[in-house]
Design a protein. Structure first.
Length: 193
């Protein structure tokens, strides 16, 4: 016969094992989604250049581990800020300027992946978060080539442009694929000369 004390101990142990099992399953699901979103584990066409990449929300939904509402919450954060926004140029007129940067990660709990897009602007005045929208988009210049497609987080991107002589400030910010888009918290800037 099992004593009352042992019976309670067995029930308590079963509940603890159940909680550990559920917690472990959730942890494994988060790790798998993180690996899929960062590309460490290739999924579908995510790592094939020239094809559409899956968003974190799409990866989450396809995993079947979370509800649509939970997956939508994953994609609710801000994308990261650009890093190492550098500028190089050739002397003379016109000025050939090359901008380079490190691509930020997408948003949410995963912070890997690829941003949906970005804006690159220039102005003769200092560019800040508050006046970024009033600066001129680089793509609005006559003869400007299209901006490069965003790369995976941590990879390097660059863009070259020819401008008439003068002083210029450049600003760049990322946005994600939610509607309306979330923009990175900070505009990253550089200037010439």
């Amino acid at each position: 016969m099992v004593s009352r004390k042992n019976s309670l101990s067995i029930k308590g142990q079963g509940a603890l094992e159940y909680l550990l099992l559920i917690g472990g399953a959730v942890l494994i699901a988060v790790v798998i989604i993180s690996l899929l979103a960062t590309g460490i584990i290739p999924y579908g066409n995510q790592q094939v250049q020239g094809q559409v990449q899956l968003s974190q929300e799409e990866i989450c939904l396809q995993s079947g581990l979370f509800t649509p509402a939970e997956c939508a919450a994953i994609d609710a954060g801000l994308p990261g800020d650009f890093r190492n926004f550098n500028l190089s140029y050739s002397s003379g007129a016109p000025q050939n300027i090359t901008l380079s940067w490190v691509w930020p990660g997408d948003d949410g709990i995963l912070q890997g992946g690829t941003i949906a897009g970005y804006e690159l602007r220039y102005s003769p005045a200092i560019i800040t978060n508050s006046n970024f929208s009033s600066a001129t988009p680089i793509t609005g210049l006559a003869g400007a080539s299209p901006l490069p497609v965003p790369g995976p987080a941590g990879s390097v991107g660059s863009y070259s442009i020819t401008l008439p002589p003068g002083g210029y400030y450049f600003g760049i910010r990322a946005f994600d694929d939610v509607v309306p888009p979330n923009y990175s918290a900070n505009v990253v800037t550089n200037h010439y000369p």
